[in-house]
Ligand binder design. Structure first.
Ligand SMILES: [Zn+2]
Length: 430
């Protein structure tokens, strides 16, 4: 299903009313959504995907505090550029602490905490990093504009000769993550600086960095369908970047993941390594994201699928409905089998079958399994999978195998066609 085929796609805040993904409260404050159980399930699956990709790319997990002295962000350049977007400093003892705007300075200092040899580079540090924006209440909305962002964030520290390989690896992984999520990237943008002020680093560094990104971007995109579009004035203040651009149902454009080159913070933090000849050399820093921020990606997924998420992301993967209390035992046994197979399954007993089916559909449960008298006798379930446009009787054990496979493969839809073959086979035996 495609959101663009729906003339009235729902906003993620409307979908949230049916699915209870996040809650807000004036006592907590605007722009500070709390993740409800259903939202936490989705977020945990996304965090798992992000950490799998990071591990496969040779990243090492780190944790760092969300606070630091104001002096850290003065050194990194964030304070000069973003102090208006940062929460005001907190006085603690004689110290001035601020909530971080980005995790790069912390990661730079983790790198700098050890002597580094050319042989151990690249060092890639990954964190699901909370960061903060002092947005005005008026502009805050749902999950898209928030005051705490939880970003799948990686910083790579490498030698200049490793830039091309690292940018290619990062871009491939970011595109791969978006493919798994089913969020179609429209194009990749090479975001360059313009003639304006406020950019750190020399023009020569910028020229080299933009060239490196262009070459690596073209190398990755050559094989695929996506264009590389250059845009002046879209760069970060510390360097140019490749942005994966997506458009939502209303045509609004957004960057969902980025690969950014940074020749500035290595200077600010004196990030170095010992070269083969024993000399001390400046390291290059690359900021990269794959899944993106949890808030933004969940908003995008909810709108893209209109809440009908692929099974691996669905808060409820299987909702079992006994037709009458006579089928309660069979329904309970099915839920137990599903839980044993690591599936997220629930049972709903209360009210008429029609009302329970409606409630489950409104909640966007991935698969509904109705068990009546005939199904108890045959060992089947009446399966309803709205996203896959499938309704039919499937043997319960076959259903669980198919759901487990769909989950393990992070499949877009469950392959019910495979079950029809099995079921037909079963019918013939009877
Ligand atoms: Zn960064």
């Amino acid at each position: 299903m495609s959101i663009s085929s729906d003339p009235h796609p729902l906003d993620h805040r409307d979908i949230n009313r049916d699915m209870a993904i996040f809650a807000t409260d004036p006592l907590v404050g605007s722009g500070l959504p709390m993740w409800s159980p259903a939202g936490a399930v989705i977020r945990r699956e996304l965090e798992l995907l992000a950490s799998e990709i990071a591990r496969a790319d040779g990243c090492m997990a780190v944790y760092s505090p969300v606070l630091a002295k104001r002096a850290l962000f003065e050194m990194s350049g964030h304070w000069a550029k973003f102090s208006d977007d940062m929460f005001p400093p907190m006085q603690v003892g004689g110290e001035e602490l601020v909530l971080r705007h980005a995790s790069c300075p912390h990661h730079a200092l983790i790198y700098a905490a050890q002597q580094r040899s050319y042989r151990e580079l690249p060092v890639r540090l990954n964190e699901l990093a909370p960061m903060f924006r002092a947005e005005r209440s008026g502009v805050l909305s749902g999950l898209n504009r928030v005051r705490q962002i939880n970003l799948d964030d990686t910083h790579v520290f490498c030698r200049p000769d490793q830039i091309a390989g690292e940018v290619e690896l990062a871009l491939r992984s970011a595109l791969g993550a978006q493919r798994v999520l089913g969020l179609s990237v429209d194009y990749v943008r090479l975001s360059r600086r313009d003639a304006g002020p406020g950019y750190l680093g020399s023009p020569e560094q910028w020229r080299q960095a933009e060239h490196a990104l262009r070459v690596a971007g073209l190398a990755v995109l050559e094989a695929g369908e996506l264009p590389l579009v250059e845009a002046e004035g879209e760069a970060a203040f510390y360097g140019p970047k490749l942005d994966l651009q997506v458009r939502d149902g209303r045509g609004h454009e957004d960057s969902i993941a980025t690969v950014q080159l940074d020749f500035s913070q290595p200077d600010s933090f004196d990030l170095a390594y010992t070269a083969q000849d024993g000399s001390r050399q400046r390291a290059v820093m690359i900021h990269r994201g794959t899944v993106g921020s949890m808030e933004r990606v969940v908003a995008a997924l909810l709108e893209r699928y209109q809440g009908r998420l692929p099974l691996w992301l669905a808060p409820v993967q299987l909702c079992v409905l006994p037709v009458t209390s006579a089928q309660d035992d069979a329904a309970r046994a099915l839920v137990e089998d599903a839980l044993r197979a690591d599936l997220r399954a629930v049972i709903d007993y209360g009210g008429s079958l029609g009302a329970r089916v409606s409630a489950s559909r409104r909640r966007r449960d991935c698969v509904i399994a109705v068990i009546g008298e005939a199904e108890v006798a045959s060992g089947a379930a009446q399966v309803i999978d709205v996203a896959a446009d499938f309704r039919g009787a499937i043997p319960r054990d076959v259903m669980l195998v198919l759901l487990s496979r769909s989950y393990a493969e992070r499949a877009r839809t469950t392959a019910w066609a495979a079950a029809r073959v099995t079921r037909d086979g079963g019918d013939r035996r009877r």
